[in-house]
Design a binder for this molecule. Structure first.
Ligand code: NAP
Length: 285
């Protein structure tokens, strides 16, 4: 049980975690922190947090667990503003979508990584942002990947693991490099491709005419292009090498398909589509 939880960044992920832990009876008091009083007042009105502080240093005072749930490129600034104010026993974790960059930011701020720091990433989300989009079931049956550093203590890892389990998630551990490579392929690449596809369509001459005829396939494939541009800009910038590797592989596949279509090579096209269908049909969410 967490006596006092501090969530910095009470949006979709931070807000959903707070709601899930409250519902599970796993938390005493929940304090929010962020840039804007309006966001935090809304969070309080919605029953997501009990109170808030715009001063991050004060917000973490007395907390036994601090969760950073801000966009990737805000992590370093937030870490810098709290690092002198964290009690040694306060456990610190984050929900950032790329782990190497958060660990690097923590290293730059703390020098030696603290034993109470356990980076994490819930592999769950929606295309919506902000506290209004938060809901307590978001993590139910979903995976959370922890990427402990060599300094992370077993006690801190266990506490973060238990928190996510109380929120309904199953928890796995992985090293940060593997996490960033795998998530670049399975999450970051599909988002980048969806954004690129919709952007390309929006640049076409008769865009309104083109989109008038868009139907289920367009809707299903492009839902994630409605995701928050700032969040995805930050993910691209903070996991660039792994995303570029994934894009290279995707581009090779696209080139192969272009060649097959240009050559009228129906057998090659069908084989590629069959292999893709087989993989997709076997996928269980
Ligand atoms: P979100 O709904 O936009 O929430 C972000 C929160 O951070 C908001 O409360 C925002 O409030 C606050 N914030 C924004 N910039 C800030 C800054 N510079 N300093 C302090 N607070 C700031 O975003 P989210 O979807 O919850 O994503 C949060 C984190 O979770 C990101 O690191 C993302 O990579 C990760 N994540 C997202 C998903 C997903 O599918 N959405 C899944 C897994 C992990 P104000 O704007 O009022 O400041």
């Amino acid at each position: 049980m967490i006596r006092r939880l501090c969530v910095i960044g009470v949006g979709l992920i931070g807000g959903s975690l707070a709601l899930a832990l409250r519902r599970a009876g796993y938390c005493g008091q929940i304090v929010g922190a962020g840039r804007h009083a309006e966001t935090l007042e809304r969070a309080r009105d919605l029953g997501v947090i009990d109170g808030y502080d715009l001063d991050f240093a004060q917000a973490v005072g007395g907390a036994d667990m601090v969760v950073l749930a801000v966009p990737m490129r805000a992590m370093a600034t937030v870490l810098a503003s709290i690092h002198d104010h964290l009690a040694p026993e306060t456990i610190l974790t984050d929900v950032g979508s790329a782990k190497g960059a958060v660990i690097e930011a923590a290293g730059a701020v703390f020098g030696d990584l603290p034993s109470a720091f356990v980076p994490g990433h819930p592999v769950a989300g929606t295309e919506n942002s902000g506290v209004e989009a938060a809901f307590p079931e978001l993590f139910q049956g979903r995976r959370v990947i922890l990427t402990p550093t060599p300094a992370s203590s077993p006690v801190a890892i266990a506490a973060v693991r238990k928190m996510w389990m109380a929120a309904g998630a199953t928890v796995e551990e992985m090293d940060a490099v593997s996490h960033d490579r795998i998530l670049a392929a399975t999450s970051h690449l599909p988002h980048v491709v969806a954004f690129a596809l919709v952007h390309a369509l929006s640049q076409m001459e008769a865009e309104s005419e083109v989109l008038r005829y868009a139907a289920g396939g367009f809707r299903d494939f492009t839902r994630i292009a409605s995701s928050d541009p700032v969040m995805w800009r930050d993910i691209c910038l903070t996991n660039a090498p792994a995303i570029l590797d994934a894009l290279d592989q995707f581009q090779a596949g696209l080139d192969e398909l272009i060649q097959a279509i240009s050559a009228g090579d129906g057998a090659r096209i069908e084989t590629m589509f069959r292999e893709a269908k087989h993989t997709r049909d076997a996928f269980r969410y």
